[in-house]
Design a protein around this ligand. Sequence first.
Ligand code: ZN
Length: 148
Amino acid sequence: MSTKIIYDGIKWHLQSGYFTYRPKINGKVVAIRLHKYIYEKFYGKIPINCVVHHKDLNRRNNNIENLQLLTLVEHGKLHNIGRKTFLGRHHTKESKLKISLAHKGIKESRETCRKISEGQLGKKRTEETKLRMREAWKIRKSRSKNGL
Ligand SMILES: [Zn+2]
């Protein structure tokens, strides 16, 4: 099993189960997780209070199709479902099955995440920007469907 991969010309090292890149920004070392990096590359900034979840629970599978944006609450629920059968750091087949079934009830929640972070920031969008965002969404959705 490889502990290093190259993505976007960057070398990512396996760290705590995640592929991580640690660049120095303004003299400070920051840790960037590959799954977040990829998600943001496709869909833009991850809103506050939201996490990028690996659908197949394999933290090394960072295919965009395997990444799902969830609110912290949804994410917690999802992992709690499999907790009883969760052994150490790895999920058992049984817990994986339970989680994958739970997935079907939870949709990609970018919209929910956006609402939460907007609420936190106290920002309100005008109808016009909302409409523009909705259009941008449709384009993104059709793009991801076509695998572009
Ligand atoms: Zn997760």
